[in-house]
Design a protein around this ligand. Structure first.
Ligand SMILES: Nc1ncnc2c1ncn2[C@@H]1O[C@H](COP(=O)(O)OP(=O)(O)OP(=O)(O)O)[C@@H](O)[C@H]1O
Ligand SMILES: [Mg+2]
Length: 284
């Protein structure tokens, strides 16, 4: 771990509740320049929520998040926009704008944050699409490309401004093993060559161990384990071992918690009411 200099990200005692349910509890960690921090943990354990707090798009119940030394939890939208110029974000869903072409989606941050000419932007868009193996797809709409391709367009857009910090939520989910390796190589090239810092959410263990220089495992809204890939691999914690080996049997509960179960019992289910309405209006 490179602990020289000030951390690029400092998360201190972060707590986030939805209603009275704590999804993140007392999360604290730092990320230093050049590191690739992999955040892993079971579905619904709070990984995307943690990322949203790190990029300032969600406000915590309590606690602090500093990026580049600046507190983001108290920033207004305009201040966050200024910080956003310095990092890229790949959302779990890809979050492409359906009405824009692939090329226009990648160009978006350049149009928003720079005064580059149309020609310059076109060149950069071509270069970023090439990096993710999508040369020639500029003019297609998101609806005309596959899920894995959308992911890669999202990555190209996240890299459009050559960010010094990249947040990536499941960048390789839905990609085949070869394309996963391509995206991992790209992350490695950018972190090693250009000293980019990366925070990557992943439950693809091959990918996580290929790119991670440090790892955090979340569970029950807290950090269950953190360390170098070697430390995580040899962790005596049975939850960590179950997770990294993908075993069905182990201490990680598969059912929703009793607390959550009780919470759901208070909500009267009205199955299919909305669905039926939508079904009737759906064109085949
Ligand atoms: N806006 C919200 N309002 C209420 N609950 C939310 C909200 N966003 C997230 N949650 C809850 O927080 C928990 C964590 O969700 P999150 O999306 O962070 O999980 P995750 O670890 O990213 O899961 P996955 O691996 O499936 O993507 C879930 O129980 C979810 O229902
Ligand atoms: Mg998620």
């Amino acid at each position: 771990m490179n602990s020289n200099g000030e951390p690029i990200i400092e998360v201190v005692d972060l707590v986030r509740k939805f209603g009275d349910r704590a999804v993140l509890r007392d999360i604290s960690f730092n990320v230093h320049r050049g590191e690739t921090l992999v955040i892993m943990g079971g579905s619904g354990c709070g990984k995307s929520t943690l990322l949203r707090h790190m990029i300032g798009s969600m406000k915590p119940t309590s606690g602090s998040v500093k990026i580049f030394g600046e507190e983001v939890t108290t920033m207004n939208e305009r201040e966050i926009e200024r910080v956003r110029r310095r990092f890229g974000m790949l959302f779990q869903s890809g979050a492409l704008l359906a009405s824009l072409t692939v090329g226009e989606n990648v160009a978006l941050p350049l149009l928003q944050h720079t005064d580059k000419s149309a020609d310059e932007i076109e060149q950069i868009v071509k270069q970023k699409l090439k990096m993710v193996g999508l040369t020639g797809f500029e003019d297609l709409k998101p609806a005309e490309i596959s899920g894995g391709m959308k992911k890669r367009v999202g990555l190209a857009r996240a890299l459009a401004l050559d960010p010094e910090l990249l947040f990536s939520d499941e960048p390789t989910s839905g990609l085949d093993p070869i394309m996963t390796a391509v995206v991992d190589q790209l992350t490695l090239k950018l972190t090693h060559g250009s000293h980019m810092t990366a925070v990557v959410v992943s439950h693809d263990m091959t990918s996580a161990f290929r790119i991670g220089t440090r790892m955090i495992m979340l569970g029950h809204g807290s950090i269950v384990a953190q360390g170098t890939p070697d430390e995580i691999r040899s962790s005596p914690n049975p939850e960590v071992q179950q997770f990294i080996h993908g075993e069905a049997d182990g201490p990680i509960p598969l059912n929703i918690s009793q607390e959550e179960h009780e919470h759901h019992q208070h909500v009267k289910p009205r199955p299919f009411v909305g669905a039926r309405h939508r079904f009737h209006h759906k064109t085949p």
